[in-house]
Design a binder for this molecule. Structure first.
Ligand SMILES: Nc1nc2c(ncn2[C@@H]2O[C@H](COP(=O)(O)OP(=O)(O)OP(=O)(O)O)[C@@H](O)[C@H]2O)c(=O)[nH]1
Ligand SMILES: [Mg+2]
Length: 358
């Protein structure tokens, strides 16, 4: 199915059913009391994250979703049937906003997580609820409240630990194929990849992380060159970016250093926050050059970029160097997790230790 990461939808909960006005009619009971039952509640609309779904494409076909109305109450104290709730499946990583107010309604990050987006109307009271010592035969009833309506804006931001960044043909899809079970298309023309692909990279027993391969980025993407930059949203939730650089580009005019700078420039234009994320250099296609030459080129690129972080010289095609890259990524993520946990617990500790304001 087509990959869609932005969609709009209208949701409408069911109205509550009307309460009933009814009186007991029984043989030998001349003035039977009120026995009108309440109306049923209207069905609500929920979004539910489901691991089997990875696109918002369904929302392009159908745009309005309505839950059932509650049924009216009836005599003999019968409450009307409530409208069935509607659950709309969305991919994990869906961010939900109110389209009119731009208010963030929720972010569905876990399989099975649910978000109420339109609450069903309450059923109206039947006349027996209005009975009192002064009014023994009320004719009033509640009309049932209308269900909520809302226009939604859905945005998918895939959930991955590590994201691949680089020019088209840098070898991003080749790398994810080499280290995970993901099978995106690989080809020697630019923009082979048109949407993100996720792969689980298993490093050891019970140690794994999720890698996201996205389309290639080129200079001018912010102005719409190539595939633009909208897919960079899929790197926003990652904790580490791997910037892939082809050390032996086919084009003799190409300068990997200039291109790498251009990519970082585009990243900054997209979001400061994304540009601030930890970013490692991965120099790819080492198999295309004799070992010494590859080492020299890689070192030259790192030096000219004045880059001081971790760098890796690999070949996605032969798999060389990919294992130590993945192990380093895993260690980084584990360390990062530990730091996050420690920060969280020290915050909790500080909050607990704070004397009560009296
Ligand atoms: N020799 C060699 N070729 C590679 C290596 N990695 C990728 N390639 C080749 O480079 C070309 C592009 O590879 P892809 O993995 O499709 O590149 P990409 O970065 O995903 O490209 P886009 O999806 O277009 O952004 C293909 O012909 C690959 O076979 C490598 O390590 N060594
Ligand atoms: Mg690709």
């Amino acid at each position: 199915m087509k990959f869609v990461d932005e969609a709009k939808a209208r949701v409408q909960a069911g109205n509550g059913g009307r309460g009933s006005t009814s009186f007991r009619r029984e043989k030998f009971v001349p003035f039977g009391g009120p026995d009108g039952g309440d109306g049923g509640h209207g069905g609500s609309v929920y979004l539910r994250a489901a691991s089997g779904i990875n696109t918002l494409a369904d929302f392009r076909i159908e745009r309005t979703f309505k839950a059932a109305h509650g049924e009216p109450g009836s005599g003999n104290d019968c409450t009307g049937r409530s409208g069935v709730d509607l659950y709309l499946p969305v991919p994990i990583g869906t961010v939900v906003r109110d389209a009119d107010t731009e208010e963030l309604l929720g972010d569905l990050t876990h399989d099975g997580e649910e978000l109420l987006v339109a609450r069903g109307g309450k059923g109206g009271w039947g006349n027996q609820r209005f009975k009192s010592s002064t009014n023994r035969s009320p004719r009033q009833f509640g009309p049932g409240l209308p269900g909520e309506k809302r226009a939604l804006e859905l945005e998918l931001r895939v959930i991955a630990d590590v994201g691949l960044l680089g020019l088209p043909n840098a070898g991003k899809s080749t790398l994810i194929r080499a280290v995970s079970a993901a099978r995106p298309k690989v080809a020697d023309y630019p923009f082979t990849t048109l949407h993100p692909n996720l792969g689980v990279v298993a490093v050891g027993e019970h140690r794994s992380f999720v890698m996201a391969d996205i389309p290639g980025l080129i200079e001018g993407a912010a102005e719409g060159a190539g595939l633009g930059m909208r897919f960079l949203r899929h790197l926003q939730r990652t904790r580490l970016l791997l910037h892939l650089i082809d050390i032996a580009p086919l084009d003799p005019e190409a300068d990997p250093v200039r291109d790498a700078r251009a990519i970082v420039g585009e990243l900054k234009k997209f979001s400061r926050e994304l540009a601030m994320k930890p970013r490692w250099l991965v120099l790819n296609k080492r198999d295309l050059l004799p070992t010494l030459e590859a080492d020299k080129r890689a070192a030259g690129i790192v030096r000219r970029l004045r880059y001081r972080g971790p760098s890796f010289l690999i070949s996605g095609a032969t798999g060389e160097g990919t294992r130590s890259l993945c192990e380093a990524v895993m260690r980084f993520l584990e360390e990062h997790d530990r730091e996050a946990r420690e920060r969280a617990s020290s915050r909790a500790g500080a909050a607990g230790a704070r004397p009560d304001a009296t």
